[in-house]
Design a protein around this ligand. Structure first.
Ligand code: FES
Length: 161
């Protein structure tokens, strides 16, 4: 009588456990791919990253008219008033985005890498590659001065008030 060793319980593979682990791995992979695709589909949708409005009310126009310089540190800009009207210069350095400081002579200085800008925001010393931004101003229906951080205007543009 011959005994087939492979048919003895000792040499039989635990088929049920292997099947379970294989199925668990397969379902985990499927779930991972499904969730990754779901996340990837959500990325371009506007509701995944809602845009905040970049138009900001600064206050009543009368609070700025006739006042030569009004700092708005929360918005990182200055509002200027001259005989032609109102204008805004951004305080964000065009090099790497540090906030520039206004000097006593009216020029601007960036403490991060030493860029300097004249009173109109033009670069007088690098490494800043571009002048400070002049941003668009408007007046809202309720008489508030509104700055649009997304709209750059020329340095000679004034809001007549
Ligand atoms: S961030 Fe202003 S000079 Fe570099």
């Amino acid at each position: 009588m011959s005994t087939d060793l492979k048919s003895t319980p000792r040499f039989q593979q635990p088929q049920e456990r292997r099947d379970f682990l294989g199925l668990a791995a397969a379902w985990s992979a499927i779930a991972t791919v499904f969730l990754a695709l779901l996340g990837a589909l959500r990325l371009p949708a506007p509701w995944a990253f809602p845009e905040s409005s970049r138009r900001v009310k600064l206050g009543p126009v009368s609070a700025f008219k006739g006042i030569s310089i009004t700092p708005e540190p929360k918005e990182r800009l200055w509002v200027f008033s001259d005989d032609k009207g109102l204008y805004v210069i951004s305080a964000v350095c065009t090099h790497l985005g540090c906030v520039v400081a206004k000097q006593e002579d009216g020029s601007f200085f960036c403490p991060c890498h030493g860029s300097r800008f004249d009173t109109e925001g033009k670069v007088t010393k690098g490494p800043a590659p571009k002048p400070l931004l002049h941003l668009e101003l408007s007046v809202s229906a309720d008489g508030q001065l509104v700055v649009d951080h997304d709209k750059e205007v020329g340095s000679d543009v004034r809001l007549k008030v």
